[in-house]
Design a protein around this ligand. Structure first.
Ligand code: 3HC
Length: 302
């Protein structure tokens, strides 16, 4: 009885140690927020160079947070930043660091096979109690989880850009996800200071299922010659209260990311006009104009 009690207590223990796989914008943002809320974080990527870039990004984002938080007392800002950075370490060896982790959050390239291979390998290295979560924006959680033997301890945690600012986390319950895992992921999201919503394992969950077709509709409206990009953006900001217009948001999210999502859905549901590809979006992506990150998308960026 004592043994089963202690193992079930361990299963219920709060998530303290988190491994984030992927040092891109999303992964770095998740690492930052987890570290800021007192979690011990290991950020993993394939090269030291990428990890250096992630650390730089985290530091500059923390500077922006500190500037706001310590506007009255800027000298306290530096200590605040250093305290958070102390909670983050980096590694290029996922299999060795997951041995001491409660939760793995994957935020790597949107490629099913690559994600499956990663989780398949980590499944063998991670302890029993470790929960696996993917931050995928458009792939089914169940498909990613299928390479592991821990379907019950596998779910989705979908964050939004910029992670330090956006309050929402979509928590996805795949058919195999246990209630206990789902509850732990909800709890973890709250511990990050975020507001979780419950999602089913359906394409785009809630936000992207609404946001991506909306952004594509804006591109189509513009392609038909029914409005300039600037006017459409202003219209949605001043007429609908959106913080960014659809073209600004496409540039912010990345045109390649948006194209990848819509192409995937179009392939599975070719008759749905909401998922139809856009010639203009395709052209910009082919030209390498991916948005803010490459300096040009629908707009030019500094
Ligand atoms: N880190 C820390 N602080 C930040 C930040 C970051 N990355 N970005 C913004 N801030 C804070 C800073 O305090 C900043 O002040 P500063 O410039 O003096 O440092 C302050 O916010 C204001 O920022 P901005 O002047 O740049 O502009 P805004 O007031 O418009 O706020 C925004 C920026 C929060 C990004 C806002 O424009 C917004 O909410 N945009 C919509 C974002 C959105 O829809 N995201 C979801 C995309 S979909 C997605 O991610 C899903 C994926 O699967 C595709």
């Amino acid at each position: 009885f004592i043994r089963s009690l202690s193992s079930s207590a361990a299963l219920h223990a709060a998530i303290k140690h988190v491994t984030i796989i992927g040092g891109g914008l999303m992964g770095a943002g998740i690492a930052q927020v987890a570290a800021s809320t007192g979690h011990s974080v290991v950020l993993v990527d394939t090269s030291e160079d990428i990890l250096k870039k992630s650390a730089k990004g985290i530091e500059s984002s923390l500077k922006r947070v500190a500037k706001k938080k310590f506007a009255e007392k800027p000298e306290d800002g530096e200590a605040f930043i250093q305290k958070i950075l102390k909670n983050i370490s980096t590694s290029t060896d996922a299999a060795s660091v997951v041995q001491g982790t409660d939760l793995v959050v994957e935020a790597i390239v949107e490629n099913l096979k690559v994600k499956q291979d990663l989780f398949g390998a980590l499944d063998k290295a991670a302890p029993e109690h470790t929960i696996f979560a993917s931050n995928t924006s458009s792939l089914p959680i169940a498909d990613i989880a299928s390479s592991t033997a821990r379907l019950d301890r596998f779910g989705g945690l979908h964050f939004f850009n910029p992670v330090p600012m956006m309050k929402l986390v979509e928590v996805i319950k795949a058919p195999g996800t246990s209630q206990q895992t789902f509850d732990s992921l909800l709890e973890f999201s709250k511990a990050l200071g975020k507001h979780p919503v419950s999602c089913k394992d359906t394409p785009g969950f809630i936000v992207n299922r609404l946001l991506v077709p909306y952004m594509l509709e804006a591109v189509r409206l513009h392609e038909r010659g029914h409005g300039s990009k600037e006017d459409i953006d202003v219209a949605m900001k001043l007429g609908a209260g959106y913080p960014m217009g659809p073209f600004e948001l496409l540039d912010y999210v990345g045109l390649d990311t948006s194209k990848f999502i819509i192409d995937g859905w179009h392939e599975k549901d070719p008759d749905n006009p909401l998922f139809a590809p856009s010639p203009l979006l395709n052209k910009l992506v082919a030209e390498g104009k991916l948005g803010k990150k490459t300096g040009e998308g629908f707009y030019k960026h500094k």
